[in-house]
Design a protein around this ligand. Structure first.
Ligand code: ACO
Length: 461
């Protein structure tokens, strides 16, 4: 299986950085620094014929002069030297190569790209790239990229066909505290492509969700076959750029991919159970929720609990738009909810605790909903007020979830200032997807529902 061939790429015992530069700020230097500083525990060998030592490590003039085995090589030398360096890697018995260098098919150098693929095949090496920013994989603490260093480990595998966007998003996930199991820059996909990576990540216990930024697919048939299989096991989210005619033309000059008709992509994704996100924010919103939420139970009616009527109405609209059913609250449950609100509150759905609600009322109403078997999903909404401290409300939600008899999907939207933002982070850190607006919370819930429904239609239990 293709996924198994990729083990030396993700779990190398030793890594050579060929083109490790002596100069800070150069790509070969920054990759070596990231590998060392992120804490990779395997052996690391800089290769540079002009250097004696780089970042405190002995440097070797070429890969063949390294006294030990080398599993993986990161190559950051100008394109024209790549073939000779690859030959040496092949002779050394390197199993996987990560070719950072640009200057291949993306600028019309198809022959040079074919040459490096042939060399890799001849020596049974798998090749990632060329024209990429590298690879990050959390389990071996390997950050072999020239992107940001302090990536947060987590369970989302992110595959990016765009280099600059991929690097930028690595930085953005740090800011947003989104944990990643992997970041793979695929660039020209001369050898390793989305189908190979889907295959690997479907069996990877550290990855719960796979997110792909894609411009074009290389082996469409294989991709669809693998995606259908993988989507039965874990969610696959795709941002497919080039939705417009002009976007398709822009792709041709960016990664040289044949983008094809957007309608065909949409239909193919649907058939494979792939969730197509229309932008980056939506893709990561969904990924975060799908990585954290338990399955939606068979009784999937949702209850909205809020301290703001307007926010409740907007969430109701979003539920209708995204196909989330709202529970018709039965009489006995109405009586229960009434205990946590003043007479002018509303115990129907949305359950409006009113602006005078504190964390105590939130806790009571949430616990009631979580412990009632007729409620399948809880949507907690909050508008910042002086009487309800946002962190205390978040803590009340976490306490109610901890004490609940069953594990139900809970999403949250909290609107307010700085303190509310801290509360949102607290919820996300503790596995409750939380957002600054209701629509994003409900769209994420709907992505989970859509994926689960697709699996059920395909016969999943
Ligand atoms: N083996 C090992 N090292 C060698 C060899 C060799 N045969 N020959 C030279 N080197 C050394 C050089 O001496 C140099 O080290 P030094 O700085 O200590 O002297 C180092 O390797 C790098 O070689 P340079 O010739 O200085 O090349 P440079 O660093 O300028 O560029 C690079 C190399 C980064 C691969 C460049 O050619 C390139 O392709 N850049 C684009 C990379 C890129 O953008 N990737 C894609 C996508 S990501 C995105 O879009 C953001």
């Amino acid at each position: 299986m293709a996924g198994r061939d990729l083990k030396p790429l993700f779990y190398p015992k030793s890594v050579a950085v060929i083109g490790a530069s002596r100069t800070p700020g150069k790509i070969g230097y920054e990759i070596l620094r990231n590998i060392l500083e992120y804490g990779y525990k395997g052996k690391v060998y800089p290769v540079n014929p002009k250097a004696e030592e780089i970042l405190g490590l002995k440097s070797y003039p070429n890969v063949l002069s390294i006294p030990d085995k080398v599993d993986m090589a990161v190559i950051a030398v100008p394109a024209k030297i790549v073939p000779s360096v690859l030959e040496e890697c092949g002779k050394k018995g390197v199993k996987a190569v990560v070719v950072i260098s640009s200057g291949f098919k993306e600028i019309g150098n198809t022959a040079l790209e074919e040459q490096i693929v042939n060399i890799a095949r001849k020596h049974s090496m798998r090749l990632l790239g060329p024209n990429i920013f590298g690879l990050y994989y959390a389990p071996p603490k390997l950050n072999a990229t020239f992107g940001p260093k302090d990536v947060l480990p987590g369970s989302i595998a992110f595959i990016s066909q765009s280099g600059a966007l991929g690097i930028a998003l690595m930085g953005w996930t740090i800011l947003e505290e989104i944990g990643l199991s992997a970041v793979v820059s695929v660039g020209n996909k001369a050898d390793i492509d989305d189908a190979d990576l889907l295959d690997f990540f479907s069996e990877d216990e550290h990855t719960k969700v796979i997110l792909i930024y894609m411009e074009g697919v290389r082996r469409a048939k294989e991709f669809m076959m693998v995606a259908k299989k993988v989507a039965m096991v874990k969610p696959v989210i795709v941002i497919k750029a080039g939705r417009s005619e002009k976007g398709v033309k822009a792709i041709a000059s960016h990664t040289g991919s044949l983008a094809g008709s957007d309608l065909i992509y949409s239909a193919a994704f649907k058939q494979c159970g792939i969730l197509r996100a229309s932008n980056i924010e939506e893709a990561f919103d969904w990924a975060r929720a799908l990585a954290q939420l338990p399955p939606i139970p068979k009784r999937d009616d949702a209850v909205i609990i809020t301290n703001g009527g307007g926010l409740g109405v907007m969430a109701t609209d979003a539920c209708q738009e995204y196909g989330i059913k709202l529970l018709e609250v039965p009489e006995d449950l109405i009586a229960e909810f009434r205990k946590y609100m003043p007479p002018f509150g509303s115990p129907y759905n949305p359950v409006d605790l009113t602006g005078q609600a504190t964390e105590k009322e939130y806790y009571g109403a949430i616990a009631t909903a979580l412990n009632d078997e007729r409620v399948g999903i809880v949507i907690m909404l909050y508008c910042e007020t002086a009487v309800a401290n946002p962190m205390k409300v978040a803590e009340a939600l976490l306490k109610a979830r901890k004490e609940a008899k069953t594990d139900k999907p809970i999403v949250s939207a909290m609107i307010g200032g700085e303190e509310t933002e801290k509360a949102i982070r607290e919820l996300n850190r503790n596995g409750i997807p939380a957002y600054p607006v209701a629509e994003r919370a409900i769209s994420s819930l709907a992505a989970l529902k859509k994926w689960m429904e697709w699996r059920t239609r395909r016969g999943a239990g």
